[in-house]
Design a protein around this ligand. Structure first.
Ligand SMILES: [Zn+2]
Length: 160
């Protein structure tokens, strides 16, 4: 879970932010179904009186996922990386931003920085290739054709 630092009356505190919607998380609820535990982030929206005059909490629920999801999220906590579900179409951007923030916040030696830079250069190259050649499948096909061509050339250059 990512946290938000807030100040209230001179007191600095932290509160958890919902990985789904980014709002402040009031508490987490779990539900046990079919041998699995599913977690929900609860956002307290205030209270109201129902038709019988009973005070009820108004809450919004965000589904967080099963236990394994929470567990993996905890493992990534040091990177401030909250794993997002498949429903979030912007998750690539989210991961990338979280990654960049994490890297920039680390004390890294020169060789590690060079290694990270070369990995990022490779990523940029691969993504540009996908875009230019019309998709991932096209790049794989082009690479395997290139490999086949090299093999044939290699056979030709072999002295007979
Ligand atoms: Zn939420």
């Amino acid at each position: 879970m990512s946290e938000e630092v807030f100040e209230l009356g001179g007191v600095v505190g932290r509160r958890l932010l919902c990985p789904r919607c980014g709002r402040v998380l009031s508490w987490i609820e779990s539900q046990h179904r079919g041998g699995n535990t599913y977690y929900y982030a609860i956002h307290y929206m205030g209270s109201f009186k129902d038709s019988r005059g009973k005070v009820r909490k108004k809450v919004k629920r965000c589904y967080l996922g099963p236990y394994s999801y929470i567990y993996v999220t905890q493992l990534h906590r040091d990177l401030n990386l909250i794993l997002r579900g498949a429903v979030d179409s912007n998750r690539a951007f989210y991961y990338l931003d979280a990654f960049v923030d994490a890297i920039l916040g680390m004390e890294l030696d020169k060789s590690t920085m060079i290694e990270i830079a070369s990995k990022l250069e490779r990523l940029v190259w691969v993504i540009r290739s996908y875009v230019e050649k019309g998709g991932r499948e096209e790049v794989f096909r082009a690479q395997s054709e290139e490999r086949d061509t090299k093999d044939i050339q290699g056979d030709k250059s072999t002295p007979s």
